[in-house]
Design a protein around this ligand. Structure first.
Ligand code: ZN
Length: 152
């Protein structure tokens, strides 16, 4: 499945370490593809991609596409950021439960906090020096916490 790709006109603040094992993930993400490892013995997918299966310890894995849709499990705003992210603070991060049953943590691109369980999608972020990914609320399918608060 293709991810929406958003161009970011600067370099990444903290580029991920790319290894021989993760190189394919990052190259695919650069092209808007979201992939992970899937076990050929038990069939389960894991994220992030791993060289062995954490469910049955098999080392017989393959690459498989991941769907981009999920639900917001949790979120917070980072005000006191690590030094490398200080220029980006405050920023919102979240935990997403992908529809395929995988849970991942990522940047949440939302000015206002969506309600828990809101529908999200994963997007590819194309920085000048390489890709990252993030989540964002699906338009017209999620409410904001501020809509649930009584008028002040
Ligand atoms: Zn397995």
């Amino acid at each position: 499945m293709n991810l929406p790709v958003i161009s970011i006109g600067r370099k990444r603040s903290f580029p991920p370490r790319v290894t021989a094992h993760t190189e394919r993930f990052w190259r695919s993400l650069e092209n808007g593809q979201f992939e992970t490892s899937q076990c050929n013995d038990c069939g389960k997918k894991t994220f992030p991609p791993k060289p062995f299966c954490p469910h049955c310890w098999s080392k017989d894995l393959t690459w498989a596409p991941l769907g981009r849709f999920g639900r917001l499990y949790s979120q917070t705003v980072i005000h006191a950021a690590p030094a490398v992210f200080r220029s980006e603070a405050p920023y919102r991060v979240c935990i997403v439960d992908l529809d395929e049953g995988l849970r991942l943590a990522t940047l949440l691109m939302a000015d206002q906090p969506p309600v828990l369980d809101a529908r999200l999608e994963i997007v590819a972020l194309r920085y000048l020096d390489g890709p990252l990914f993030a989540a964002r609320p699906l338009p017209h399918s999620s409410h904001l916490v501020s809509e649930l608060l009584p008028p002040s």
